[in-house]
Design a protein around this ligand. Structure first.
Ligand code: TXA
Ligand code: MG
Length: 322
């Protein structure tokens, strides 16, 4: 299959992306978090293609992306009353909510689970396609199974060229890591995957304390110990240790740093990220993609601050280094 490269700034291309989705094809689309591999959520045959293209186990459930909150009732059985203000506060945005699923939802989307994950993405390009074509799309991150999530159309192509109908290029993703996943019910709210929105952001909207179960049954692929893996061996270390290790193997080692302490560090393969958490998040996957392409053997990552707002970065880093 030849993968079309569509430009989101071109109205004809946007139209083509929507038409491809409506005819049951896979289109990689920009979201504010990472690129998603989208298929018409109401078409199980289309959704099935996602698993084949990514080589993803079929019991790993997919997030359904909707264009407006009124569509929620089509996908979920019931909405706990406290959840509506929460959704209104954060949607469109990087918060996926897990509900009991509507009886009409296909098992292909939910991997056979009784629940479904839904969010409204905060990206003008994807929102306009969803709204204009009145469609909802199931979309995991647009990477081959267990590889890094893409934050640009080029990274999507590097992993999925020839396996999908098209990629809609909407530039680089503004947020940079996958959405926070919150499972909700009448009496509970549990963070199943940490993301850009932390417990502190969410808590004010909840009638009870949010919890973060250490282990849960659901096949949240981001919950597997080995996930988000670049090809190089990833080592998280302090600024001091990083400099020592780099001296031992300068040519085959890459480094990702952010602190003032390493401001003057020099290396053949170096990415300097922002010391501001959101700035860091935005460049994070892109830096791993970039360094991985350079064929290095080890990747030294300066340990980020141990603060709650960095939880999703720590989560992705520890899986990348597992
Ligand atoms: O930001 C994001 O969430 C991106 C963009 C494209 O929206 N999507 C994304 O999808 O990261 P994916 O499939 O790579 O990760 C979604 C995670 C999976 O690990 C899946 O197992 C979990 O969400 N998930 C989906 N439905 C679920 C459910 N009903 N119960 C528990 N976990 C669920
Ligand atoms: Mg993923």
């Amino acid at each position: 299959m030849k993968t079309l490269k569509l430009n989101a700034n071109d109205l004809k291309h946007l139209q083509q992306a929507g038409e491809l989705l409506c005819s049951g094809e896979l289109v990689a689309v920009p979201t504010e978090t990472v690129y998603g591999l989208a298929a018409d959520a109401s078409n199980p045959d289309a959704v099935r293609k996602i698993f084949a293209a990514k080589n993803r186990p079929t019991n790993h459930p997919l997030i359904t992306h909707i264009g407006s909150i009124d569509q929620l009732s089509r996908w979920v059985k019931s909405i706990p009353s406290w959840v509506t203000p929460l959704a209104q506060a954060f949607w469109p945005g990087a918060l996926t909510l897990i509900f009991e699923r509507h009886p009409d939802v296909s098992d292909v989307i939910t991997g056979g689970l009784p629940s479904i994950g839904v969010r409204i993405p905060d990206h003008p390009v994807l929102l306009s396609v969803l709204q204009q074509f009145d469609i909802a799309v199931a979309a995991p991150s647009a990477n081959p199974y267990q590889k890094l999530s893409p934050t640009s159309a080029e990274q999507v192509i590097a992993g999925l060229d020839g396996k999908i109908a098209a990629v809609l290029d909407g530039g680089e993703c503004g947020v940079g890591t996958e959405s926070t996943i919150l499972r909700v019910s009448e009496s509970k709210a549990e963070i199943l995957r940490s993301g850009p929105l932390s417990a502190e952001h969410i808590q004010p909207y909840l009638p009870f304390p949010v919890t973060m179960p250490q282990s849960h049954q659901e096949s949240v692929s981001g919950n597997m110990k080995v996930h988000y893996q670049p090809n190089a061996k990833v080592i998280i270390c302090s600024a001091v240790e990083l400099q020592q290790r780099l001296e031992q193997q300068p040519h085959t080692t890459a480094v990702v740093v952010y602190s003032d302490e390493l401001q003057h560090l020099e290396s053949e393969h170096l990415v300097r990220l922002s010391s501001d958490c959101q700035g860091y998040r935005q460049g994070f996957y892109a830096s791993l993609h970039q360094l991985d392409k350079q064929g290095i053997e080890q990747l030294l990552v300066e340990a980020p601050p141990r603060e709650p707002k960095w939880a999703d970065i720590w989560d992705r880093l520890s899986r990348a280094s597992a």
